[in-house]
Write a protein that binds this ligand. Structure first.
Ligand SMILES: [Zn+2]
Length: 215
C-alpha cells in the first residue's frame, strides 16, 4: 500500500491534534522508511518482477525486520515512546504508535503472502495487489477520506498553508498513479533511491504544517 498509509496519518490529525503533519505522515510509513535502508544495508531483499501482481512489481523476498508483525509492534512502541519522551504528549504518542502498527495491517491486506509474522517466520498476505480496481478503490477512497479529515481539522493561515497543502495532495496522488500505471523501476537500486527521495515529502509536510493551524 502507498497513499493509503498517508491517509491514515492525515485522518489521525482529528484524534491527535497536537501532532504536526510531518510526524503524522511519517508514523504510518515507518516500516517503509526502514525498508530501503535495510535493503541498502543488505539486510532485506527485494527484486523487481514486472507483472508479478496487477499493481506492484515488487518481489519482496525478505522484509523480516522492517515488515514482520513482531518487529512492527516493536517499531510502533519505540516510535510512541520516542515521541512521548520528546513532546510529553500522551494522547498523540498513543495515536502515533497505532499509526505505525496500522502499516502492518494494511500491507497484510495488500501484499502477496510476503509479510512475515516474525523475522524468518511464516509469511502471510491477502493479496489485494492482484486486483487493480480493488486497489484503486481502497487506496483512493482512503486517501480522499484522509485528505478531507485533515483539511477539516486544520485551517490555512496563509496562501502557503492552502496552496502548499493542496499541491502536496496532488503530488502524492500523482506519485501513486505513476507507481501504479507507470513503468516499473528498472531494478532494486532505483527503487531504493526513489524511496530515499520520498523524504522530501516529510520536509514538504513540515513546511505546510507551519502555515496551517488547528481548528
Ligand atoms: Zn510497507
Amino acid at each position: 500500500m502507498f497513499i493509503g498509509h498517508f491517509a491514515v496519518g492525515m485522518a489521525a490529525k482529528r484524534v491527535a491534534p497536537r501532532a504536526s503533519l510531518p510526524v503524522l505522515l511519517a508514523a504510518p510509513q515507518v516500516l517503509d522508511i526502514l525498508f530501503p535502508i535495510l535493503v541498502a544495508a543488505g539486510v532485506e531483499k527485494v527484486a523487481i518482477v514486472p507483472g508479478l501482481t496487477a499493481v506492484s512489481p515488487l518481489d519482496l523476498q525478505d522484509i523480516g525486520w522492517s515488515h514482520s508483525l513482531v518487529t512492527s509492534i516493536a517499531w510502533s512502541i519505540l516510535f510512541a515512546l520516542g515521541y512521548l519522551a520528546i513532546t510529553r504528549q500522551r494522547r498523540e504518542a498513543v495515536v502515533l504508535g497505532a499509526c505505525v502498527a496500522s502499516h502492518w495491517v494494511l500491507d497484510w491486506v495488500t501484499h502477496l503472502p510476503d509479510m512475515p509474522l516474525y523475522p524468518g517466520g511464516p509469511r502471510v498476505g491477502l493479496g489485494l495487489w492482484t486486483s487493480l480496481p480493488g486497489c484503486l478503490a481502497v487506496e483512493l477512497g482512503m486517501f480522499a477520506i484522509g485528505v478531507w479529515l485533515y483539511a477539516g481539522a486544520t485551517r490555512a493561515r496563509d496562501r502557503v498553508g492552502s496552496i502548499g497543502w493542496w499541491a502536496l495532495v496532488v503530488t502524492l496522488l500523482g506519485m501513486y498513479l505513476g507507481a501504479v500505471f507507470g513503468p516499473p523501476p528498472p531494478d532494486a537500486r532505483a527503487l531504493v533511491i526513489f524511496a530515499f527521495g520520498a523524504w522530501i515529502l516529510l520536509a514538504w509536510g513540515w513546511w505546510v504544517s507551519r502555515h496551517r493551524e488547528h481548528g
